[in-house]
Design a protein. Sequence first.
Length: 260
Amino acid sequence: MRAALAICLAVLIVADAAAETVHFPSVAVGSTPAGPEIGGWLYRPPGEGPFPAIVLAHTCAGVSDHTTLWGNLLANWGYVVVAPDSFSPRGEKSVCARGMVVSGSARVADVAGAIDFLNAQPYVERNRIGLIGHSHGGWTTVRAVQRNYDLAARGLRAAVAYYPSCAAPFDRNVSVPLLILIGDKDDWTPADNCRKLQAAGFADPGLVEAVYYPRAYHSFDYKLPDRTAYGHHLAYDPSAAPDAEARTKAFFELRLRGPR
């Protein structure tokens, strides 16, 4: 048992050590001004590349073990991953109780900077960039694919939003393929808001797919015990989590590795 535990700990340490610290500017885009210089974590698959790449937008809790989990998973799928820290440079650690302190729209500038950073790396396949975000990062993702930011021109080709905040008045002009994954029992970012967004009509409906999991709560992908945070129920869902992961993998495979 002790030997097995030691091996597991060694694997975790190696996985964490694979992440490099990087810095890049936050870039003014659309109506969003540039933010401060952004630090972040870079995860790379083995080999010289070039590889397609993915920007990973963290939750309202900032860069965390959840970020590490997804950074390593995406790298294991063969993507270069950069996870910008949108909060520390702005003097915040967590915004879970006050999400507008650093809004999803403000973080689009960080996403744009991360895309530019990735496109400048010799081991990245230029203009084959994806974006994935969870919760506050999912909100960031839904905002980032709006036409007024034109991140497609920077090389963004696909985006996945896990349990995002959706707003019909602001989020209809999607210009990049978007996959939304959300639970019907989510009481933090209600699925009904995404349904209202769909009912309002996307400018290009063919670009958006939304999957609603009937029994899933917020943070359904994170394998932790059921818990309450800021008055909201969070729970891992053993059916929704693997299904969403498989859909995410296939979605990126098609759009980041398929024909140009």
